[in-house]
Design a protein around this ligand. Structure first.
Ligand SMILES: Cc1cc2nc3c(=O)[nH]c(=O)nc-3n(C[C@H](O)[C@H](O)[C@H](O)COP(=O)(O)OP(=O)(O)OC[C@H]3O[C@@H](n4cnc5c(N)ncnc54)[C@H](O)[C@@H]3O)c2cc1C
Length: 461
């Protein structure tokens, strides 16, 4: 049996950084990874999708060349080269993580599936490792719904999409949320026909109605077909086609050449032997943790997607910072201190921080709202990218900034002005007075704040 000061299971966004910090303190660390180093973000999530979104954006701009005063001739997409570019970028990051761990002093890497055999012991291949501190960073995978016929067709997930080096003639996308929309728009721009099938009455249903309606318009203008309120009843193969029977208040059939299943994520906690360690999971399989990411078993922590507290690369990274601060730096940091923030990388992107308008209405606060169309933002019309809008919500009494949604060119970056002011607990009047650079999207934040109006329901409430 090999004894360590710490065992880390999984090399997602939290694990490698945690290993470096602990090994740097002179402690002996074991890292166990069963798959590709760097986990989802690097191999099948953020990095490859954003690299391909960049290719799709370049294709889109080239097609619009005449609007900008140039002609690039006929735009032809070579999916083998799109994939090669993606593989190159992914390879740099993946090899970087692997190299940094294998070369890390005080650290031994085990290429194996890890499983608990007791609260202090982990089986990794043929060896049993033991430690008083075990950190679980096992991530999540695509959730595949139980739909009759689905298992009989060769469906795709975010992982298998990474192997495509050809253009699907017609991609059916099951699920109209973040993953489905990013793939849907990029493949439309590469040249596929796209049909997105969503059960809910709107796309990205956790967003405000105006945000999801604007996203639906952007996708429709890009030539994507969206079927809402559509329950997928059955899937079958017919010749070369995949046929999906859907109920949209009457049954109809949708036909495509390929099918991407993008219906959410499922934590990788079912084959970890958690029952041998007394680590509790919730009904959806997420490891139950407290505000400092401690599991139900002392000496075991869970970080990243597997704890259900985030679902993003930055939340997993932040998890490792919380654990390091509390365990080794004598600080007291908590998950509940962080402000929700994320982006959706369709073009234009959506940057979101804090509460949504719906959250604010539900809270019953007396609030003010500011909203500005991207058509009124000079940076946007200079770039010829005027789709979308930005909005901000503030507390009318305390002047606290409650949340913001920036759907528009540069929205994923500009929204950080709001996020940082929220972390500083600054009143919105600070942003009103800040002088921002011209021409940027951010320079219109003060303008938007100059025109705040009462949020109707909050007055009634
Ligand atoms: C298509 C897509 C796009 C995304 N885009 C974004 C984005 O733009 N921005 C963003 O913030 N987030 C994005 N995400 C989410 C992001 O990828 C994850 O939140 C992020 O990777 C955090 O993962 P993690 O640290 O929890 O673990 P993961 O990255 O999932 O890594 C877990 C690791 O654990 C290993 N493992 C699992 N079980 C075991 C075991 N028993 N033994 C040994 N090893 C094991 C796995 O092989 C894997 O390497 C995207 C996700 C997807 C699917």
């Amino acid at each position: 049996m090999a004894a360590y000061d710490a065992i880390i299971i999984g090399t997602g966004q939290a694990g490698p950084a945690l290993a470096r910090r602990i090994a740097g303190l002179g402690m002996q660390v074991a890292v166990v990874e069963r798959g590709r180093f760097g986990g989802t973000c690097i191999n099948t999530g953020c990095t490859p999708t954003k690299t391909m979104v960049a290719s799709a954006y370049a294709v889109h701009l080239a097609r619009r060349g005449a609007e900008y005063g140039f002609s690039a001739g006929e735009v032809k997409v070579d999916m083998k080269r799109v994939k090669a570019r993606k593989d190159y970028v992914v390879g740099l990051s993946n090899r970087g993580v692997e190299r940094s761990l294998r070369n890390l002093g005080n650290c031994r890497v085990y290429d194996a599936h890890a499983r608990f055999v007791s609260p202090r012991e982990v089986q990794a291949g043929g060896e049993v490792l033991t430690s008083d501190r075990i950190f679980i960073n096992v991530g999540a995978r695509a959730a595949v719904p139980d739909i009759p016929g689905l298992e009989q067709v060769d469906y795709l997930t975010n992982s298998s999409m990474m192997d495509l080096d050809f253009l699907p003639r017609h991609l059916l996308v099951l699920g109209g949320s973040y993953v489905g929309l990013e793939f849907g728009q990029m493949y439309r721009r590469f040249g596929s026909e796209i049909t997105i099938v969503e059960l809910a009455p709107c796309l990205v249903s956790r967003e405000d109605e105006d945000v999801s309606a604007a996203i639906a318009d952007i996708l429709a203008r890009g030539g994507i077909t969206v079927r809402l309120n559509a329950k997928c009843l059955h899937i079958r193969k017919q010749g070369d086609d995949i046929v999906m029977t859907v109920d949209c208040g009457g049954t109809s059939e949708l036909r495509g050449s390929h099918l991407l299943v993008a219906t959410g994520r499922r934590p990788n906690t079912d084959d970890l032997g958690l029952e041998h360690a007394g680590v509790k999971r919730d009904e959806r399989g997420y490891i139950v943790v407290d505000d400092e990411l401690r599991t139900s078993t002392p000496g075991i922590w869970a970080l990243g997607d597997c704890n259900g507290k985030g679902g993003f690369t930055h939340t997993s990274w932040n998890d490792h910072e919380i654990v390091v601060a509390n365990l080794f730096n004598g600080e007291s940091r908590r998950v509940s201190d962080r402000i929700p923030a994320y982006a959706l990388y369709i073009d234009p992107p959506l940057g979101r921080v804090g509460m949504s308008e719906a959250d604010v209405r539900k809270s019953g606060r007396v609030a003010l709202i500011g909203k500005l169309a991207m058509e009124d933002v000079s940076r946007a019309f200079e770039k010829g990218e005027t789709e979308g809008f930005m909005k901000i919500l503030v507390d009318a009494d305390t002047k606290e900034i409650l949340g913001a949604a920036f759907l528009g060119t540069g929205g994923d970056e500009a929204v950080h002005c709001v996020l940082d002011a929220m972390y500083a607990k600054a009143p919105y009047t600070l942003l009103e007075r800040a002088m921002h650079i011209h021409p940027t999207v951010a320079e219109f934040i003060p303008t938007m704040l100059d025109d705040l109006v009462p949020l109707p329901a909050s007055i009634a409430g």
